[in-house]
Write a protein that binds this ligand. Structure first.
Ligand SMILES: CC(C)(COP(=O)(O)OP(=O)(O)OC[C@H]1O[C@@H](n2cnc3c(N)ncnc32)[C@H](O)[C@@H]1OP(=O)(O)O)[C@@H](O)C(=O)NCCC(=O)NCCS
Length: 197
């Protein structure tokens, strides 16, 4: 991974910043590693949506096809989205999804971007780097201004957003989840143009 801007983080001791993080499209050869990341999250009791892994009776290969298909033919009621897996040293260490448009629900909560980092790989700058790389993709640039939401107490997510040029619009109670939510906007043109570090 490229050296991060600013001061070194707490990860700098045990983390090789020369290893590049790659955003890859979901594929059969990486699906086992992705599913291991999901298992890690589930074991810790973290929320992961059912559709983010194999549905009952769905093979890993069919799951990969479903995720890829969602870019053009999403499930009913969902908007098209592009999913990338973040790969570090051959392992999937994160997932980042870019929703192409905002429907009413996503405008109220969820925004354009959703991401998770493998628990054992956290606090090494991976969320920040995934977001930085995503902002450079043609799809993100074509969308332009991206809404990214998170809970005020999600420090890691908020810092990753701010490190990528996020501008806080408001903090608002979202009725549907009964929680305060931060609404940030990131200009992909500006953020993406910054620093190939
Ligand atoms: C939130 C999440 C994506 C952060 O991933 P990450 O790879 O650990 O984030 P980063 O390493 O890029 O951290 C960014 C900054 O936040 C800090 N940070 C990360 N997690 C933190 C925590 N739990 N407490 C305090 N600071 C934290 C990092 O030290 C870093 O600080 P710095 O930039 O000042 O050095 C990850 O914890 C996760 O997957 N959580 C569950 C799913 C989730 O919340 N997704 C986001 C929904 S909006």
């Amino acid at each position: 991974m490229p050296a991060r801007r600013g001061r070194p983080g707490p990860w700098s001791g045990g983390y090789d910043v020369r290893v590049p993080l790659e955003l890859c499209r979901p594929s059969n050869d990486r699906v086992a590693s992705y599913l291991a990341m999901v298992d890690e999250m589930r074991t810790l009791g973290e929320r992961i949506w059912e559709w983010q892994a194999c549905l009952p009776g769905e093979t890993p290969a069919a799951f990969v096809q479903r995720v890829l298909r969602a870019e053009h033919s999403p499930a009913p009621g969902r908007v098209p989205s592009t999913v990338h897996w973040a790969v570090l040293d051959g392992e999937v260490v994160g997932r980042i999804a870019l929703r192409h448009v905002l429907d009413e629900n996503l405008r109220r909560f969820g925004g354009h971007v959703g991401y998770e980092v493998r628990p054992s790989a956290r606090r090494r700058g991976i969320a920040s780097e995934m977001l930085r790389l995503l902002l450079q993709t043609p799809r993100a640039r074509a969308i332009g201004r991206l809404l990214v939401t998170c809970s005020p107490d999600n420090i890691g997510s908020r810092k990753a957003i701010l490190a990528n040029g996020g501008v806080l619009e408001k903090v608002e109670l979202v009725e549907a989840i009964q929680r305060d939510t931060c609404f940030y906007w990131i200009d992909a043109g500006v953020a993406g143009a910054r620093s190939p570090s």
